[in-house]
Design a protein around this ligand. Structure first.
Ligand code: UDP
Length: 257
């Protein structure tokens, strides 16, 4: 990690804005902040908040509580950015998948306090998919250290051996792709296994990295329309996505609060 980043982020604890009562941390460079934490061996639970998750948090107090205790909540979705823009808070969207990609690409350049290069662990996704995603990253970034990859449909017994593995390996960055809210609950329950690690819920990112699904074309992403593509690719999402107009409505009626 360059020294400049080290000194710039050493003592920075991010400011917070509220989206429907849930925090969003305001930072200009989320990956740099996290890589600095990895370098110092300071554990972080990252939540990637979007409108759908914020609405789910309204229905499920236990999910809202997890979001509130997270060390870093990033603006994953355009809805959250829109909500804050309406309240005169300029913030750039930071999609969780892109944050994870930057961390993977830059992890090899980061040394943890014990002098090892930062390592990664992938957990979640369908059998075969996660291992393929790990292989693809290893080919793309040969210097990356992927300590392990496990799919997200493990038996209770296999889960126990996964936990043993995490305790022994102590990876620096643990990406958990089980979908919301399963991954957030899993991280909260298990983060003590690797207290110095960065834990991030990454949803369906392994599906994208393995090539089994694709992200929306850039022009849709750049226009805040990624959700349209997801609906086209996974029409069964329509019921979940009804949360989006409800969120937009709440963003407007709560204006001034
Ligand atoms: N998944 C998993 N274990 C489960 C349920 C789901 O590993 O028990 C994985 C699933 O294979 C997919 C991801 O979780 O890769 C969920 O992706 P999605 O895009 O639906 O996540 P979300 O929209 O909730 O962030």
């Amino acid at each position: 990690m360059p020294e400049l980043l080290q000194s710039r982020f050493e003592s920075e604890s991010p400011q917070t804005a509220l989206v429907l009562g849930l925090p969003i941390h305001l930072l200009s460079d989320y990956p740099a902040w996290l890589l600095n934490r990895a370098q110092q061996g300071q554990g972080v639970h990252v939540v990637t908040l979007n409108a759908e998750m914020a609405m789910q948090g309204e229905q499920e107090p236990s999910l809202a509580a997890i979001i509130r205790q997270a060390d870093l909540v990033i603006p994953d979705g355009i809805g959250v950015v829109f909500y804050l823009w309406l309240r005169r808070k300029r913030i750039q969207r930071c999609p969780g998948i892109e944050l994870a990609e930057t961390l993977i690409q830059q992890s090899a350049a980061v040394q943890t306090p014990d002098g090892r290069p930062a390592s990664l662990f992938f957990f979640g996704g369908a059998p075969g998919v996660t291992e393929l995603a790990a292989r693809r990253w290893q080919e793309r970034v040969p210097s990356v250290t992927i300590a392990g990859a496990e799919h997200g449909y493990l038996s209770a017994e296999e889960q126990e051996s996964l936990k043993q593995k995490l305790s022994t390996l102590q990876p620096s960055i643990i990406l958990v792709g089980l979908g919301v809210p399963r991954q957030e609950k899993w991280i909260l329950e298990n983060r003590a296994l690797c207290p110095n690690a960065i834990w991030i819920g990454v949803g369906g990112s392994f599906d994208i990295w393995s090539g089994s699904k694709t992200r929306a074309p850039e022009w849709l992403r750049n226009n805040g329309m990624e959700w349209v593509y997801r609906l086209y690719q996974e029409p069964w999402r329509w019921r979940r996505m009804l949360a989006l107009p409800k969120f937009a409505w709440k963003a407007l009626i709560h204006l001034g609060r």
